[in-house]
Design a protein around this ligand. Structure first.
Ligand code: DGY
Length: 325
């Protein structure tokens, strides 16, 4: 019996890759860079399954290019703003994602950014390497206090809550804003507040909301104007939640103290972006989930979703499960 044909838009970790190759006739894009839209549309043609990455824009055009045989789209990510879910749902194509397994890695990384920014780790490293360090000094590289500070978490799902648990160990007071969750969460020491209160009262703000029409540029000039001058902003969610030009102005004019971003509106951030000039900004290349075991588990979960869809079974993690109703 012939195996179902699938297109995999990048090589993922071996565990998932092996599962896919065992069950499918897999056309794998082996380049380090994502396939262009034209290549994607050509290679997906006639396939029954598509395994995509967050760098692939899977819209109605791509689904139509695949044709009527397309049975499943499995996204190798928990976020799925790169996929037109409504278009998939209209075509009754289930879309899978990888929730839960990257919670700890992402929360760890958000905290790494928070601590690094507060204690100026990248600046300090640069200071030492460039020979500027002459002696120990009472005012050398003073940073923000963490213990006793207030952390505001925007988006209080799995990852936001995991960040709150880490903050408790650092003796921080935690506020959260989440329009879908407006009550205390058992076992998590954090208080629900509205966005204005969070912006006004937080020393640190960490973003953990998905990118939606409502959250695009949620952190704009008006939001920066409400923040404390000592505020430090951390983003490990999606870059477009922050308006980059408002961020530039806020950091440049010291309207807030600093920011640390794992994600930016354009990825990679253009090398001529003015944000790159700023010393009070840490930039990372979207690696919050990049730990060995997390990426291995993501590959397995993405493979499981893909294979379930090809078998006509309900995906273990489906973002548009209403198609099964
Ligand atoms: C996701 O899964 O959405 C992260 O951004 C990358 O792992």
């Amino acid at each position: 019996m012939s195996k179902p044909k699938v297109f995999v838009t990048r090589k993922i970790l071996d565990r998932g890759m092996e599962m896919i190759q065992q069950f499918c006739d897999a056309d794998i894009w082996l380049d380090d860079l994502p396939p262009s839209r034209q290549v994607l549309s050509e290679r997906v043609r006639g396939k029954e399954g598509l395994l995509s990455l967050l760098t692939d824009n899977i819209d109605a055009g791509v689904m139509d290019a695949a044709g009527k045989n397309l049975k499943v789209i499995s996204n190798h990510a928990v976020g799925y703003d790169n996929i037109d879910i409504a278009a998939a749902t209209r075509r009754r194509i289930p879309v899978g994602n990888t929730p839960g397994i990257l919670t700890d890695a992402t929360a760890d990384f958000a905290f790494t950014l928070l601590l690094s920014s507060a204690r100026r780790i990248t600046e300090a490293d640069h200071f030492v390497r460039s020979g500027l360090w002459k002696t120990w000094g009472p005012t050398l590289m003073l940073g923000a206090d963490i213990s006793g500070a207030t952390l505001g978490i925007i988006g209080f799902g799995r990852i936001g809550q995991a960040v709150a648990k880490r903050a408790e160990g650092f003796n921080m007071q935690v506020l959260f804003y989440d329009p879908n969750l407006n009550e205390l969460v058992p076992g998590v020491n954090a208080h629900p507040v509205n966005l204005d209160i969070l912006l006004h009262q937080s020393d640190f703000i960490s973003i953990h909301t998905p990118l939606t029409v409502q959250t695009r540029h949620l952190i704009n000039k008006a939001a920066f104007d409400k923040m404390k001058p000592n505020a430090i902003l951390v983003n490990t969610a999606r870059g477009a939640v922050i308006d980059p030009s408002a961020l530039y102005t806020a950091l440049k004019n010291k309207r807030i103290q600093a920011a640390a971003l794992d994600v930016t509106e354009s990825e990679p951030i253009p090398l001529d972006s003015p944000l790159l000039e700023l010393e009070n900004l840490i930039l990372c290349p979207h690696i919050a989930s990049a730990s060995n075991s997390t990426r291995a588990r993501m590959s397995i979960m993405a493979a499981e979703n893909l294979i379930a869809g090809l078998k006509g079974e309900k995906l273990p993690n489906c973002v548009n499960s209403e198609i099964y109703d």
